[in-house]
Design a protein around this ligand. Sequence first.
Ligand SMILES: [Zn+2]
Length: 388
Amino acid sequence: MPTRRLYHHDATQRQFEATIVALTTHEGKPAVVLDETAFYPEAGGQLGDRGTLGGIEVVDTQETESGDIVHVLAASGPEPGARITGALDWDRRRQHMAQHTGQHLLSGALLDRAGAATVSARLGESGLTIDVARDRIPEAELAAAEGLANDLVDDDLAVRAWFPDPGELAGLKLRRDPKVTADIRVVAIGEFDYSPCGGTHCARTSQLGAIRIIGAERYKGMTRVTFTAARRGRASLFGHDHVLRALGTQFSCAPADVPAAIDKLRRDSDALRTELTALRGQLANAVIASLPGTGPVIAVIPGDAELLRSVGAKLVGAGRDALLCSPDESGTTVVLFRAAGSTLDCGRLWKQLAAQLGGRGGGKADRAEGRLAAPVADWPQLVGTVST
Ligand SMILES: [Zn+2]
C-alpha cells in the first residue's frame, strides 16, 4: 500500500509518529518505508526533505514507482513494526515551500503579462529556474510579470491545496494540464492561479516576502527565467546591498551614487591613459634625441615595455633598426624592431638571446620582444656575442 502523505493535508506538520513497514536501500544507503509520513519526496521540481527519524539523520527522501516514500538514512535504524518519531528540517522545508509557491506565482504572472507558458521548473539547492515557451521576452514584460507577482505577495492571498471531485475539477481554469489522470490535486493562489500539483506550499503569499527575477536567457528556443524568493532571496539581496554600501564607503558616496562614481573613475582613467600616452611619446622623442649617430641602435633605455615599443617604432620610422632593452633586479625587458630594407632577423636574435640567458617571448623577423630571465650587464656586448 502506498505511503500515506501527511503533507498533502497539512504542509506545516513538522513532527509525526509512524510505523516502519519496510527496510530497503537507496543508492547503497539504508532506507525505510513508513505507513505514513510528513517527509516530501523529490518530485515536481521540489527537492526531497531532510530531518530525523527516531533520532537518525534522514539525508534524502525519494519516491518509488509504486508510490512508496523512501527515507534515506545516514545509518541503519529500528526494525519493521517499530513506532518512531519523525522530525523535518523545517528551515529547509519552509524555504522549499516558499520557492515552490513563488514558482507557481511567477509562472502565472509570466503567462498573464508576457504570454509565456511554463514548460518546466527546477527548484534546486543553488538556483531556481522556470523555462517558458517563448523565445525572447522584452525586459518590460519581465518587469511587468515580476511587478504583478510582488503585488500578489502584498495582497497576502490564501494558498489552498485540495483534491477536487471531477465535477469541480472540470470547472477550474487550470494553468496547465495535469500529469496524472486520477487523484488530481490542485493548488490555488487566491483566484489568480490554479495548478495541478502534488508539492508543498506556503499558506499565504505574504510568506514569500518578495520575488525577484535575477536573469533571463534564451534556452533551446525557450526563455529560462532565473528567480529568487523568500529567505534565500532576502539573503541574496541583502548581500548585494552590503556590497553596494561597502563600495559607497570606498567612493565616499551614497550607495545609489556608486554607478556615477564608477563612471567618473572610468573617465578619469581614460584621460590619464591619454595623457600617459602623450607623455610617453615626448619621453621617447627625448630618448631618441640623446642617442648618438645613425644606423642600428643598440641601447639600454630604463622604462617599461611600452616606452621601449614607442622608442622602437619611432626609430624604425626614421629607418633605423632598434635593439632595445631595460634591465631591472629580476630580469631584462627586450624589444627588437627591424627597419625597412634591413636584413636583421628579430625573431632569430631573440631566440639566441633566450638560449643564452633563458626567458619568455618571441616574434617574427621584423619584430620580437620578450623578457630575459636575468639582468643584462652589457647589452651591446651581449648582442654582439650572440649575433656573430
Ligand atoms: Zn507545483
